[in-house]
Design a binder for this molecule. Structure first.
Ligand code: BJW
Length: 315
């Protein structure tokens, strides 16, 4: 972690001492989480390196138009991400935030992530608000049908979406047998999936089921937004917003940084890239901790959570 590494006058120094003291005196804390939180668990982010899936920009597959044009391709992308998320393990930043949430009475987390890793790290559900849905919810793609299946961890979601396997190279030292192919690599052949082999809605019988995530142009979950807005505008001011592993380019999620600031919050950013300061930029009262969230977050939260206990240690 860079402790006093500011090079530009618009980016404040990461003064751990002043942050620790503010954290300890903070009563109302908000956290905004993004894909960088799960990067060291091995899950790619959307923008920058890793944002390409085969030849497709990951963001371009996250639209209703992409699903309408090629539901088979979009399901292959999401089924692959479900598979990778199930194989991934929460990292120390997920565990540290879960502990902070348990130890801070007035704490709310706005997560843009759909990978389920915060939940698996034991983040209390009543303090975790999923702005962009979950890879493990599946819903009907027809606008007139309200069918939703929560927590569907079936992998593959239907047999036609099974990740293809290939023979292990006999000249390598690896054990013999089939190995799963990396279908995010465009050089690996991807079988076409027929529409009839995709999951269909058991309720309306006409719709194709789709991932329960929020795509561009779609509204965020109404009850979640209402709850957060009420919390933000409650009588007491907000003391701190933690902005972790997000490029803060997608709205309305990114807008919560300026909203929290307008309610009194000081802003602390954890990001590997100094260029990814949120919203209207940072002020001298804010903090920018540059580095991998999995390393930085447990360190900066230590005054409250102490030495990190992972779930494995707790068991
Ligand atoms: C690390 C790290 C490490 C790496 N440690 N850090 C206002 C202005 C302009 C446009 C709009 C606006 N309001 C709305 C819009 C339109 C649009 C939008 O925001 N467009 C912008 C892109 C310009 N927003 C919408 O369409 C939203 N809907 C909406 O507004 O609806 C209105 C409506 C109302 C009523 C009726 C109907 C409509 C919906 C947005 C949905 C976003 N969905 C996605 C896909 C979710 C499903 C899926 O996962 O596939 O959400 S897009 C994608 O971006 C995903 C993410 O949650 C989201 C944010 O990305 P995130 O998490 O920040 O990731 P990255 O990759 O961008 O950044 C990673 C960061 O981590 C980087 O900074 C790295 O440096 C850092 N990092 N490794 C720490 N180890």
């Amino acid at each position: 972690m860079a402790s006093k590494a500011a090079t530009s006058s618009s980016i404040p120094t990461a003064d751990l001492e002043s942050f620790s003291s503010h954290l300890q005196s903070s009563r109302r804390i908000l956290a905004l989480l993004g894909a960088g939180l799960s990067a060291s668990s091995g899950l790619p982010t959307f923008r920058g390196a890793g944002g390409l899936w085969r030849t497709h920009d990951a963001v371009s597959l996250a639209t209703p138009e992409a699903f309408q044009a090629d539901p088979g391709l979009v399901w292959q992308f999401y089924n692959y991400r479900r598979h990778m998320a199930l194989r991934a393990q929460p990292n120390n930043a997920h565990y540290a935030l879960a502990q902070l949430a348990r130890k801070t009475r007035d704490f709310e987390t706005l997560s843009q992530n759909v990978d389920g890793l915060s939940q698996r790290a034991g983040h209390p559900g009543d303090k975790l608000h999923l702005l962009h849905g979950s890879l493990f919810d599946i819903k009907c793609g027809e606008f007139f049908c309200d069918y939703v299946q929560k927590d569907n961890f079936t992998n593959p979601v239907v047999p036609a979406l099974a990740i293809p396997t290939g023979e292990i190279d006999p000249t390598s030292n690896a054990a013999r047998g089939a190995r799963e192919l990396d279908i995010s690599d465009e050089k690996v052949e991807l079988p076409e999936v027929a529409i009839r082999d995709l999951p269909h809605c058991p309720k309306c019988k006409t719709g194709i089921l789709r991932p329960g995530v929020v795509w561009f142009g779609e509204a965020l979950p109404r009850d979640t937004i209402r709850y957060i807005d009420d919390w933000i505008h409650a009588t007491n001011k907000i003391d701190l917003i933690l902005v972790i592993g997000t490029s803060a380019k997608v709205y309305p999620a990114a807008g919560y940084v300026d909203t929290a600031r307008a309610r009194g919050a000081r802003v602390a950013v954890v990001n590997t890239e100094r260029t990814d300061a949120p919203g209207s930029g940072l002020t001298k009262k804010d903090w920018f901790f540059q580095g991998d969230a999995a390393e930085v977050v447990p360190q900066i939260l230590k005054p409250i959570i102490g030495e990190l206990e992972t779930r494995a240690q707790q068991a």
